[in-house]
Design a protein around this ligand. Structure first.
Ligand code: GDP
Ligand code: MN
Length: 398
């Protein structure tokens, strides 16, 4: 789960990580009120779009305001805008709230993060003097500018590691000292809140000599959320893919992908193999959907409807191996969903390829055959994927 910058900054504050003073607003008037208060003690404020994606600055979602009128104009421009960044996709993300904070006099922009590294199975701390920009670029083109230190989960972050990272940033002595403490607090936050990523980009060194988190990005480990009700309360489902939210309500394991072949599969292994084979024949999957084993007719029905709700789906590949799963229940779910869609005036209008084997397969095939649904049956996965490509190449009827 991800959270907004303003929520990350609230968490930073509660872990004694310094952040600029500010407030969150969903209306222009409220933005102006916050700006008015902050401008009493500072020369400028920054109005920042709150969306989960990064790269907001380049997309016009971060604006400096030196007066209340500037702040109003910034709020009018940002609130309600469709903000497009390299992380949002072409359609962008609608901005519902802004964070308004005291502007900082930036001397240097640094980078600091803790991320879980699956390869070494431990958290890795990262620091760089090249902050504020795309850290993936830094890692690729100038890896010497990025220091990575793995933390042994059994003994935790050692003080010497925090010092090593802080010294790497080449700050004056007092700021280095502040940074050592900040790194220790950052790791404590990562650890106590079961995060997968905590990133400060940029961490700024100000002209006044202070160290502050100017941005904050946190991802939490979904499987640990049950023990953090305070974190779960920060969830903003408007920022998540609506189909993924709906799938999670039905207990379906669904992930939206960029291609156009909708896949209905049981078991994560078979799902991966299906994605691979689709790729091999030159097509690409629109999703990863694992309907699991032992699902009811209703659950299968929801799964089928969900796939067809995705407008990018141009063909459906149903690839099922019934072990615990019963093919008859799957078939009934598909048929029910198709009938329901027809009644709603949205009949199935994409080609369907079905490869089905295992428990109660004959019964399942009979249910499908008697349903009046149009589909192609194949015996193995490769044939199925090839059939899909054939369908995709056919001209769309006018
Ligand atoms: P992101 O683009 O979504 O990563 O948003 P950030 O919060 O990182 O802001 C982008 C950039 O805006 C930063 O790297 C800074 O260069 C600039 N910026 C943000 N806040 C301030 C500020 O208070 N003062 C100044 N001078 N620049 C700022
Ligand atoms: Mn940033």
């Amino acid at each position: 789960m991800k959270i907004h910058e303003y929520q990350a900054k609230e968490l930073f504050s509660s872990f004694s990580i310094p952040v600029p003073e500010g407030g969150v607003a969903t209306t222009v008037d409220h933005t102006v009120a916050i700006a008015e208060r902050l401008l009493k003690t500072s020369a400028a404020v920054v109005v920042k779009a709150q969306i989960h994606a990064g790269g907001r600055g380049k997309g016009g979602g971060v604006k400096l305001a030196k007066s209340v009128d500037d702040a109003r104009a910034a709020a009018q421009a940002i609130l309600g805008m469709q903000l497009i960044t390299h992380q949002t996709g072409a359609e962008g993300q609608r901005v519902k709230s802004v964070w308004v904070e005291t502007a900082s006099n930036i001397e240097r922009e640094l980078y600091l993060a803790v991320v879980f590294d699956r390869a070494s199975a431990r958290p890795v701390l990262m620091a760089s003097e090249a902050g504020g920009m795309d850290i993936e670029e830094v890692a690729e083109h100038t890896p010497e500018k990025l220091l990575k230190l793995p933390v042994d989960p059994a003994i935790g972050l050692q003080a010497f590691q925090a010092r090593q990272l802080a010294f790497f940033l080449n700050l004056p002595p007092e700021a280095t000292k502040q940074t050592v403490t900040l790194i220790q607090n950052l790791f404590r936050l990562y650890d106590e809140k079961d995060c997968g990523l905590v990133e400060i980009n940029p961490l700024v060194f100000t002209k006044e000599g202070h160290i502050k988190a100017l941005d904050g990005k946190i991802n939490f480990e979904d499987n640990a959320l049950f023990r953090h009700p305070d974190i779960l309360a920060m969830r903003d489902i408007d920022e998540e893919d609506p189909l993924e939210v709906e799938a999670s309500e039905y207990g379906l394991n669904y992930i939206k992908l960029a291609g156009d072949v909708g896949c209905m599969v049981n078991g994560a292994g078979l799902a991966m193999a299906t994605l691979d084979i689709i790729q091999q024949v030159g097509a690409s999957a629109a999703n990863f959907l694992d309907i699991g084993g032992g699902g009811s007719v209703e659950k299968n029905q929801h799964a089928f409807r969900l796939l067809l709700k995705d407008p990018t789906v141009k063909a459906l590949f149903i690839n099922i191996f019934g072990g615990i799963l019963r093919c008859d229940r799957l078939a009934q779910g598909i048929v029910n969903a198709a009938q329901q869609l027809k009644q709603e005036g949205k009949p199935v209008n994409v080609p369907i390829v079905i490869r089905m084997k295992g428990t109660n397969v004959d019964e399942g095939k009979r249910i499908l055959a008697e349903s009046g649904l149009t589909y192609a049956v194949v015996d193995d996965m490769t044939a199925g994927a090839q059939k899909i490509v054939e369908f995709l190449r056919q001209p769309v009827p006018a």
